[in-house]
Design a binder for this molecule. Structure first.
Ligand SMILES: [Zn+2]
Length: 628
């Protein structure tokens, strides 16, 4: 039916898109909601999500306009990959919101002529929408994709316009077709980029490469951009100052910052789609001499935010859960900046009964939104003045069971946490301390006495992040791990559990009755999760001065010392490599494309292009080791 009588609609495509009346917009929303409702029913019926989760997400998406699927992923109900496979099974319109830009096709003329939308492609099915001649489109794509079934879906003129606008920005060269003449690779960069695309290229490179932060640093005659991947910064771009000024204006505009203000630090945020996933971008600027500003963009990956507690690498997850199962008391996650503390806490709260219990948080800032948590953000502005202490006092009036205080950083927050725990609440917080023992020292330093801690302290999880060996090359360095040998990170931790006051007394008497962190690290070395060099990078002082208490691991520690001093070859098994998956290969192709495109905007680039040899020859000094 949708092919019929669509001529007028098609003619008005651009009009509809530009100046839609308010009644048309309303119609749009009704359509989307009915569509989402069907998807919602399917999710509940197949037990992929609970009724409560789906209802909460529906409410939210009716306000935010985000799709139901995206909202569920954002809240960690399901992973993006799971959502994709569900939608593949079910609902093309949902697929459209995610992947419609990821199926580029050469034949732009046909797409325009017959008003075609490519919604998405799975292993077996190609989902198409068409307002023109369906038969002609079918013939074409059957030839183009002989191994796929074509499924035609209803489509609206506005979807066609949006799709074609995006398609026009895709590369069109036949060289980009794969061997058998078909296009399958996902690409999302304009055919020709200008300086105004540099920001998008940087953000996309960082997103595809799994980067956490982008650092934009102006200098006297140029500016550098570094991306932090698995805690290590890597230079990815060097541009001119004119480009820097345009980039800065663009970032500040998107993050809704004050363009004229260059003397004060500012922060802001915006969201952006990267390879079909909606990222939250947090932007901060820092004034420098001469009116320049350093800009840091933090990328919050929805898939990372939805990490489950058992997947973090915490060895004693069961003991941690036991500590978090008490109805009241104090629980700390200790670690330095960027040691993954807030991810651990949010994954922990996600496991709590979020509907049965009232859970409040005060964070600085709120990094990951979780449904059924009342999350407040610290606000230092004159008119609001919401700090950890004020927020904790406010929460107590909100009938809470569980309270999270983002960070115990001074006497006042420590006092507020202790009082909340004393009055019968379960209080979670992070603290800047290296070990379980350090945490207690810090708390004493904040004026909390042992007699207060004794009945209240339930657990301290101290953690650090360590890089894990690349699953494709096992440390041999390959393009997938950016020639670093490592492709991910895991938590190294020690867990102090104090189920009774007697346990606290033992701690106060100087006893260490839990496995220290370095032991966990050395066990992970033994399991081949990481290698000697990485252990030494993160645990250098512990290894150099290993206490005799650490029975059972002193041989491993000796091995680390010998390997880093060159007296012994690494004993990590480097043979059990995995071949790259199709997804790995695609990601690498996209990242390389975008990096090549980015290189065209380098300050000294005539024909700049980065190839693997060049990547391999990168001076290690260009990696800035982050000691956090
Ligand atoms: Zn590798």
């Amino acid at each position: 039916m949708f092919g019929m009588g669509s001529k007028d609609e098609a003619a008005n495509v651009s009009l509809l898109d530009r100046g839609r009346s308010s009644s048309e917009k309303t119609a749009d929303i009704v359509w989307a909601q009915r569509d989402q409702m069907n998807f919602a029913i399917m999710l509940v019926e197949t037990a992929e999500a609970t009724d409560e989760q789906v209802q909460a997400a529906l409410w939210e998406s009716s306000v935010t306009g985000a799709s139901l699927g995206d909202t569920l992923v954002k809240h960690g109900v399901m992973r993006q990959s799971k959502l994709m496979s569900l939608m593949e099974e079910y609902d093309s319109n949902q697929i459209a919101t995610i992947v419609q830009y990821n199926v580029p096709v050469d034949d732009v003329n046909l797409l325009h002529k017959e008003k075609v939308v490519l919604f998405g492609m799975s292993a077996k099915v190609l989902y198409i929408g068409c307002l023109g001649n369906e038969r002609r489109v079918r013939e074409h794509f059957e030839k183009e994709f002989p191994d796929k079934t074509l499924r035609f879906m209803p489509v609206k003129p506005t979807q066609v316009t949006e799709f074609l606008e995006r398609t026009d920005r895709l590369p069109r060269k036949t060289a980009e077709r794969s061997g058998d003449g078909r296009l399958e690779i996902v690409r999302y960069i304009p055919r020709t980029t200008s300086d105004s695309d540099v920001l998008d290229l940087l953000v996309n490179v960082a997103g595809v490469r799994g980067g956490s932060d982008i650092h934009i640093e102006p200098k006297a005659n140029s500016y550098s951009v570094m991306i932090r991947i698995n805690r290590i910064r890597k230079i990815v771009h060097e541009g001119g100052l004119t480009q820097y000024n345009a980039l800065r204006a663009q970032v500040k505009d998107r993050a809704r910052m004050d363009q004229m203000e260059m003397r004060k630090p500012q922060d802001g945020a915006y969201s952006q789609e990267i390879m079909g996933r909606m990222f939250d971008l947090r932007v901060a600027t820092f004034p420098m001499n001469g009116g320049q500003e350093k800009i840091v963009i933090r990328l919050l990956d929805p898939d990372k935010a939805a990490k489950r507690l058992p997947d973090l690498g915490i060895t004693k997850t069961d003991i941690w859960r036991a500590a978090c199962g008490y109805p009241h008391g104090l629980i700390f996650v200790a670690g330095k900046t960027n040691s993954g503390k807030s991810t651990t806490l949010i994954s922990t709260l996600r496991e709590q009964d979020r509907i049965g219990k009232a859970i409040y948080t005060i964070e600085d800032p709120v990094e990951h939104r979780v449904d059924f948590l009342t999350q407040m953000a610290v606000n230092k502005s004159e008119s609001v003045q919401l700090d950890f202490k004020a927020a904790t006092r406010a929460m107590m009036r909100g009938d809470p069971e569980i309270i999270l205080i983002g960070e115990t950083r001074d006497d006042e927050t420590a006092r507020a946490a202790a009082q909340a725990a004393e009055s019968g609440h379960l209080v979670f917080s992070t603290i800047h301390a290296g070990t379980v023992r350090d945490t207690v020292h810090r708390l004493r330093g904040f004026g909390i006495t042992d007699s207060e801690l004794r009945p209240m302290l339930r657990g301290v999880l101290a953690q650090r992040l360590i890089r894990t060996l690349c699953r494709i090359c096992r440390g041999a360095k390959c393009p997938h791990c950016l020639m670093t040998g490592y492709d991910n990170m895991t938590v190294i931790s020690e867990m102090g559990f104090f189920p009774s006051e007697r346990h606290f007394d033992r701690l106060a008497a100087g006893e260490v009755f839990w496995d220290p962190m370095v032991k966990d690290a050395l066990y992970k070395l033994e399991q081949g999760i990481t290698d000697e060099h990485e252990i030494y990078r993160v645990f250098r002082s512990e290894i150099d001065y290993l206490s005799e208490d650490y029975e059972g691991v002193s041989e491993l520690a000796e091995r680390v010392k010998k390997v880093v001093s060159g007296k012994l070859d690494s004993m990590v098994d480097r043979t059990n490599t995995l071949s790259p998956t199709k997804e790995d290969t695609e990601k690498l192709a996209i990242a390389s494309d975008m990096e090549r495109e980015l290189a065209k905007h380098n300050i000294n680039s005539s024909s700049a292009s980065v190839d693997d040899d060049e990547l391999a020859s990168l001076d290690l000094k260009r990696y800035d080791f982050d000691e956090d």
